[in-house]
Design a protein around this ligand. Structure first.
Ligand code: 0XW
Ligand code: MG
Length: 367
């Protein structure tokens, strides 16, 4: 099975509700990039990469497309058999830019799965479950309103909530955490996500002012070095998200003992294949982690869910997919959906989702 053609598309994903508010940025619409690989035996495989705006992490939509332009011409005629060889072929054309390579890695696995008649979760080592937990991300908001949504989402079946803070005064952040805790208590696990927005001093104050509340503190400060200085000075477990820019960053954080868990993003880590390495490193040290991406439609959602199914359930912090903030699906027949706070793992060969033909219009470019 060889690559005949690669089509690149863009899909505009407006945020349902108008705005997704984080300490690092407000986003109103996302520009997702899709790759469709067509093979000489008539199969099609899909991949997607969708940075949540240009500020959240050092990725942006046009950067992904520029990287794809460097890589794609060299893949025409390549055999879809060895994922490792394909990764090398990509590395031989472009250094870094894992978030663009991630879209190809997804499409390769989608094709291999279809060829072999197995779901992508099988290619990632094998599923441990057919249903994974999701978590709900509460945007930076007012205390009462955030607590009301938190209670609703727990009632709807979410086992975990992420409360966004940062980018405003400490008093309001502390009040939100208290109100959410009063509303849901132990009924959901809570992550408080600073999205790099707090100073070390603010993180220490917040930790003290919320001492009796059970939560994990996700990416409170900007750099890994700042977060490292919290060790021994805060009592809440600290998780890294944005700082895990590649596999080496994860290895560093684990070996330094500065992270108690992670919010992993499939495309940021360079794709599903690279994610299996950090998944296994976390297993060695019993570290919990999520299987997310920063945003994306059904292709990215399927990728996250296949990976999440291969993680030991006691350490699975949920798969976040953007469904709650997106209108509609790429694949209306087999969408990836959250039901009662959980997501069924696609069972069909490959990723198990196929965008409706023609739904993205004409390709931006064909290689
Ligand atoms: C909740 N997310 C996975 C979605 C947005 O991209 C932010 C992100 C996070 O945890 O930082
Ligand atoms: Mg986060």
């Amino acid at each position: 099975m060889r690559i005949d053609r690669i089509n690149v598309y863009s899909a505009q994903l407006p945020v349902k509700g108008g705005v997704y508010r984080m300490a690092s940025a407000d986003v109103e619409a996302l520009d997702s990039t899709l790759v469709e690989i067509v093979t000489d035996d008539g199969l099609t495989g899909w991949g997607e990469t969708c940075p949540v705006g240009p500020v959240y992490q050092p990725h942006h939509a046009l950067g992904a497309r520029a990287a794809i332009a460097e890589i794609a011409p060299g893949l025409i005629g390549a055999e879809i058999a060895s994922i490792r060889l394909l990764a090398k072929q990509m590395d031989d054309r472009l250094n870094g830019h894992g978030y663009a390579k991630a879209a190809f890695d997804m499409a390769f696995l989608d094709l291999l799965g279809q060829k072999l008649g197995v779901p992508v979760s099988t290619l990632l080592g094998g599923a441990l479950t057919d249903r994974v937990p999701a978590y709900y991300s509460l945007i930076v908001g007012a205390p009462e309103e955030t607590a009301r949504i938190a209670a609703d989402k727990v009632k709807a079946g979410y086992p975990r909530l992420q409360v966004k803070i940062g980018g405003r005064n400490l008093e309001e952040d502390v009040a939100v955490i208290h109100k959410v805790w009063e509303a849901v208590g132990y009924k959901a696990r809570i992550a408080v996500d600073g999205n790099r927005g707090l100073t070390v001093a603010a993180a220490i104050h917040l930790d003290r002012l919320c001492q009796a509340i059970t939560f994990v503190f996700e990416q409170p400060c900007n750099t890994m070095d700042e977060v490292a200085t919290l060790k021994g000075r805060v009592t809440h477990p600290v998780y890294l998200d944005e700082n895990t820019e590649d596999q080496n960053a994860v290895l560093r954080a684990i070996s330094l003992g500065i992270a108690d868990g992670f919010g992993f993003k499939v495309t940021r880590l360079g794709g599903l294949t690279k994610m299996t390495t950090v998944r296994d490193l976390c297993a060695i040290r019993s570290l919990p982690h999520s299987c997310d991406d920063a945003w994306g439609g059904d292709i990215i959602a399927a990728a996250c869910v296949h990976l999440a199914a291969t993680v030991e359930p006691r350490r699975m912090e949920g798969a976040w997919i953007a469904q709650e903030y997106i209108e509609g699906h790429f694949d209306a027949k087999n969408p990836v959906v959250i039901e009662k706070g959980h997501i069924a793992v696609p069972q069909r060969p490959g990723l198990g989702v196929k965008p409706e033909p023609g739904m993205f219009g004409k390709p931006l470019v064909t290689y």
